[in-house]
Design a protein around this ligand. Structure first.
Ligand SMILES: [Zn+2]
Length: 261
């Protein structure tokens, strides 16, 4: 879609009322929505409307895509961009959802696909598709402070590739942010790879696979165990805070207000 058309469609969408039945789904199924700072809610819901309007959901192996599936997955996606521009998801066009953790052959161009046929929870493809197991999505929401959330992980990969490459470095606010980002992320990536503490205490070993996985794993922990990450690896926490522009370790009422544009 051309940029001008997209902007027009988005501004029109934001004038429409948010469906009450979607609010009910959020209140019942999405714990972080219930505890969100009230001043953030309008921006979050606006991004949710745009995401649901622009992304195509496809059920795999007969799985039926309901409003609950769409709203819950979209909510997890836009939590990551609540303080950012929803356009960071422009490369993402399709979300394929399986009922269960699934099994399939190796996929080239995908992160998190198996190297050999095996069980998969989710994948992010460079051509604009995220694949998720609904079971894994629900598991992530039920255990919202264990530091593991498949959908958050895959959507972090989508933000990473917004600049065209899966390399663990998303588009940062300014040019001067790249060097400190590279230094901090590399230091902790190599420490995790070498099995050092405190990295291993808070980050899953899967993050040692490569820089892209390190960013996705660290993002899961940033949203699910922010206090622990800040305590053990404060410079890594600060890097992620500067990217997401969110400070999840703060109590809700002290969270920054959302940007106005
Ligand atoms: Zn991954």
């Amino acid at each position: 879609m051309f940029g001008i058309l997209r902007r027009w469609r988005r501004s029109r969408l934001l004038k429409e009322p948010f469906p009450a039945e979607w609010i009910a789904i959020l209140q019942e199924k999405v714990p972080f929505y219930v505890s969100m700072k009230p001043s953030l809610t309008p921006r979050f819901l606006g991004q949710l409307q745009i995401f649901l309007d622009e992304k195509h959901f496809e059920g795999a192996q007969g799985f039926v895509i309901t409003d609950e599936v769409r709203v819950v997955i979209a909510a997890i996606a836009v939590r990551l961009t609540t303080y950012l521009d929803i356009s960071m998801y422009d490369r993402l066009t399709e979300i394929v959802v399986y009922q269960e953790d699934y099994r399939h052959p190796n996929q080239k161009n995908a992160l998190d696909g198996p190297e050999q046929p095996g069980i998969v929870y989710g994948e992010a493809h460079r051509f604009g598709t995220v694949v998720l197991s609904w079971k894994a999505v629900i598991r992530g929401l039920r255990h919202e402070d264990d530091g593991q959330d498949t959908a958050t992980h895959e959507f972090a990969h989508v933000l990473d590739i917004a600049d065209g490459s899966f390399d663990g470095t998303p588009i940062l606010p300014s040019m001067r942010d790249y060097r400190p980002w590279a230094e901090v992320m590399s230091q902790h990536f190599f420490a995790l790879r070498d099995g050092k503490r405190p990295e291993r205490k808070v980050l899953d070993d899967y993050g040692a696979k490569n820089e892209a996985e390190f960013f996705a794993v660290a993002s899961e922990v940033f949203f699910e165990k922010p206090e622990k990450l800040q305590k053990l690896l404060p410079d890594l926490y600060a890097c992620l805070r500067s990217f997401y522009r969110w400070d999840p370790a703060l109590p809700t009422e002290q969270q920054p207000d959302p940007p106005t544009s």
